[in-house]
Design a protein. Structure first.
Length: 94
């Protein structure tokens, strides 16, 4: 699902109470809040649906397919874990 599709689904759920512009603002605000929380190191937990947490990847040296050694610096990444309700829905869908 793309962001545009999410905005469209959100508008459909809210029926006639929200315009497309308002739906886009709401979705953008939601995404910004989640992004800011993850960037600051806070866990983002939607019980039953998913959890995201910031994790630090250690620096390492790796080898390219051409055999060249490359240094990869330490960085942050996001670990995503699916919740029970999401997993049940995924496994019951056909």
């Amino acid at each position: 699902m793309t962001k545009a599709e999410l905005v469209q689904k959100y508008m459909e759920q809210r029926a006639e109470t929200v315009t497309k512009a308002q739906a886009e603002r709401d979705v953008n605000a939601f995404l910004e809040i989640i992004t800011d929380a993850a960037a600051s190191g806070d866990d983002v937990i939607f019980t039953g649906y998913f959890a995201m947490k910031r994790v630090q990847r250690k620096e390492r040296t790796t080898t390219t397919p051409q055999g060249e050694k490359v240094h990869v610096p330490a960085r942050y990444a996001v670990k995503f874990s699916a919740g029970k309700k999401l997993l049940e829905k995924l496994n019951s869908a056909e």
